[in-house]
Design a protein around this ligand. Structure first.
Ligand SMILES: C[S@@+](CC[C@H](N)C(=O)[O-])C[C@H]1O[C@@H](n2cnc3c(N)ncnc32)[C@H](O)[C@@H]1O
Length: 217
């Protein structure tokens, strides 16, 4: 008997990140941003090879590669298959055994079983509509006393991404700290770690990027 072919699922549209993944690491600003964020994490958190880490919204791993020698197992999670394909090639090319690339969207997928001593996320929080919920999931995934590090844009006027993209226009530090406190985080600290410079119609604009560190109860 010949089976009639079933419906073929429509291909999911390539995201902005899928499309740009191949050329992501060619941008020296992204590279330097990753290095500066890594420096800020290392200076504020005592990292050691006994620690398990989650890099959420990892992209091509520009934050995790500079940290890899000071951490134990690192899960690098992203919703973009394009980013993950580039990342997997980099992990294989460097022969790294303790970095694992995982397609995961914590807003729609079940949370993993594993727990992490540190979760860091770079330039990803503004892409996630429900900030309270993702902080809640991070809290759930951290071991007691674990550290959350969030690097993202300070509150801006929406010109960073321009019209048509539904993202948070950065974050007000006090409001984010308040939300973290309510989700069970303590010892919340901020520092400015980078500045992104963009040419806009009205001239050159500087967009500061903060690093927030917080401890899970
Ligand atoms: C601006 S890029 C930053 C990538 C990387 N962290 C870096 O600093 O180079 C944002 C990343 O977040 C990912 N992302 C966006 N929404 C996500 C979600 N809901 N779950 C997981 N990853 C997400 C994108 O695919 C993209 O790789």
């Amino acid at each position: 008997m010949t089976m009639a072919p079933g419906p073929v699922p429509a291909p999911t549209p390539a995201s902005h990140f899928d499309t740009n993944a191949r050329r992501w690491d060619e941008n020296p600003v992204f590279q330097e941003r990753g290095r500066q964020m890594a420096r800020a994490i290392r200076s504020g958190v005592h990292l050691h090879p006994g620690m398990s880490a989650l890099d959420y919204g990892c992209g091509t791993g520009l934050l995790s590669f500079p940290l890899k020698d000071t951490l134990g197992h690192i899960t690098l999670a992203d919703s973009s298959e394009g980013m993950l394909a580039v990342l997997r090639e980099k992990i294989a090319a460097q022969g790294v055994g303790h970095m694992e690339a995982l397609r995961m969207d914590l807003m729609t997928d079940p949370a993993p079983e594993r727990r992490y001593d540190i979760i860091y996320t770079a330039m990803t929080l503004h892409h996630i509509p429900d900030t309270r919920r993702i902080l809640d999931v991070f809290h759930h995934l951290l071991t007691p006393g674990g550290t959350l590090c969030v690097a993202d844009l300070d509150l801006e006027d929406g010109s960073f991404h321009g019209p048509g993209l539904e993202v948070h226009p950065g974050f007000d530090r006090e409001a984010l700290a308040d939300l973290c406190l309510r989700q069970g985080f303590r010892d919340i600290q901020f520092e400015t770690v980078f500045e992104i410079v963009k040419e806009r119609n009205d001239g050159t604009r500087n967009y500061p990027v903060f690093m927030m560190r917080a401890r899970r109860d």
